[in-house]
Ligand binder design. Sequence first.
Ligand code: AFP
Length: 334
Amino acid sequence: MTNKVTLTQFIIEQQREFPGTSGSFTALLNDIATACKKISHYVNRGELIGVLGSAESENVQGEVQKKLDIITNDIMVSALNWTGRLAGMASEEIDEMIKIPGHYPKGKYLVAFDPLDGSSNIDVNLAVGTIFSILRSREGIDADLQDFLRKGEEQVCAGFVLYGPSTMMVLTTGHGVNAFTLDQDIGEFILTHRDMRIPEETAEFAINMTNQRFWEPPVQRYIAECLQGTEGPLGKNYNMRWIASLVAEVYRILTRGGIFMYPLDCRNPEKPAKLRLMYEANPMAFIIEQAGGVCTTGRERILDIKPTDIHQRVPLILGSKHEVERIVRYHQEN
Ligand code: AFP
């Protein structure tokens, strides 16, 4: 145990390379880690503590909330709102931006989070996760909506915690991607995967095939070519996965490559895309690019999008460089 690097040690050592840092960022990451350990405990205990099942309410996205959507959102808010490190928060589960209560000091960071991504998987005991994105704010004053509506390019940190067979935190501060495994015995995240890199080539795709009839021609073309295998223009046999949990799909891509797509579709003209820019696409794009992958809508780099709304949705295509670039090319040729 003695020579293992904890998340806290890793962040402090990384921050030392930037003279003048106040320690506030390290403390914020520790606060997030503490909240996620608590969420891990709830997810792991499941029905033993009566937290599974529907809450029979809807969130701002019009999705039916699980009990754990509400519990995990409360855990994140109450772990972060009093610390003096944040000027505001935004949650996928809450309509308005979350203000820091008046009696608490305001800090210099903003956090946007999805407290329980993939929550439709929770009742069937499959992997779920918490995704977070950190932006800098104006120090000491309440943030307003405009402070949040900034390009993903401006994130100072992004990460997610995957509650799978192991609980893992994947993190980037713009200097590569590292992953930490929660050692349940000592309650610490331990550095286990240094400088993760996504292979540039892949023969594995993840897409919800039941939406096929709603996709645009470039995505139709790409998937049709994958399905032709060695007899088609791509000249190789592909494997398919769909976990319906972005955190689990991204973790798989970080470890063995692959491509994930939730593309534009014409099912509902009011909602041409499903995934959320600020809580899902931006943090995952920062992580994927830092690991050598590519992340796009098909037409535009995710990190270049200027948000117009905190709950904005975007098409999302991410993963192994050469494969994602092929799909971008198909969009251009279209
Ligand atoms: P939930 O959090 O509502 O389960 O949604 C998960 C998610 O946002 C993302 O993690 C999945 O990749 C995607 O939606 C799955 O969507 P489908 O259910 O339409 O396949």
